[in-house]
Ligand binder design. Structure first.
Ligand code: SAM
Length: 241
């Protein structure tokens, strides 16, 4: 089964990197089909304007519902999920990435300015699943970069997209923890040695060491993640760390 991705934006050029590297190869292999659509295609006036001043006053401009409505009527299919990137959305994290990787058609509606008239979301929600998602607690100028982030995180979870050499199972966030440090040759570099256990050949000791480093790093950098781990997921040795 392949995944269909459509992105609607006033800056189609922003999405060019999708054709690079991992996602680009998945598109070439037919695992993902990808379309970018210029929102201005659905404008009717000579200025191709997509925004207007906000009801209730205040600074900035809001994207007009009529143009977005026409665009979505054309691009949304019955089995699509509409994703609206917004800093006011629920957090896009690895578990949301897994959920979205199981879908067949994702449509991304990239906002600019102060965002899109809320009725666009309300109207689309009468027909399809709509998810308003934030990629983190900061404000970008538009939804395009957030869309790139989500597409890359989703694409690498699709079966056959990652090669054997880059498995996703040990990644940070896949088991609720951060991944510990990695090392490659040479064994000693600028007076810094690779931890001896990694060169021991003792696989049980190596996996215990990796687990310990993962727990330690998570406790220091992201204690909030440890709080979310169910007690059953930690063994006795884990709890001693
Ligand atoms: N007025 C909006 C608010 O405060 O919620 C911010 C609008 S922002 C300047 C313009 C667009 O950038 C948004 O419509 C959204 O598409 C995108 N955007 C900005 N920050 C984002 C984030 N953290 N996650 C996802 N999209 C974001």
């Amino acid at each position: 089964p392949s995944l269909r991705l459509d992105v609607i934006t006033v800056f189609p050029g922003y999405l060019a990197p999708v054709h690079e590297s991992l996602v680009g190869k998945a598109i070439e292999r037919g695992q993902i089909s990808f379309g970018v659509h210029d929102l201005r295609r659905w404008t009717h006036d000579v200025h191709h304007s997509v925004d207007d001043s906000p009801y209730g006053g205040g600074p900035g401009m809001v994207m007009r519902p009529t143009i977005w409505g026409d665009a979505l009527d054309e691009i949304l299919t019955a089995d699509a999920t509409l994703i609206v990137p917004t800093p006011a959305g629920r957090l896009f994290d690895q578990s949301v990435a897994h959920e979205l990787a199981a879908e067949s058609h994702l449509v991304f509606a990239c906002g600019r300015y102060e965002g899109i008239d809320q009725r666009v979301v309300d109207d689309a929600a009468r027909k399809v699943t709509v998810r308003e998602l934030s990629i983190g607690d900061y404000v970008l100028a538009g939804g395009e970069v957030a869309t790139l982030v989500m597409i890359e995180a989703i694409a690498r979870l699709l079966p056959g997209v990652l090669g054997n050499s880059e498995s996703a199972v040990d990644d940070s966030h896949s088991n609720g923890l951060l991944e510990g440090p990695s090392y490659t040759r040479p064994e000693s570099w600028r007076d810094l040695d690779v931890p001896a256990v990694l060169r021991s050949g003792n696989h049980a000791a190596i996996s215990r060491w990796r687990r310990d480093e993962s727990l330690r790093r998570t406790a220091v950098r992201r204690p909030d993640l440890l709080d979310k781990i169910a007690p059953g997921q930690l063994d006795r040795r884990d709890r001693e760390i």
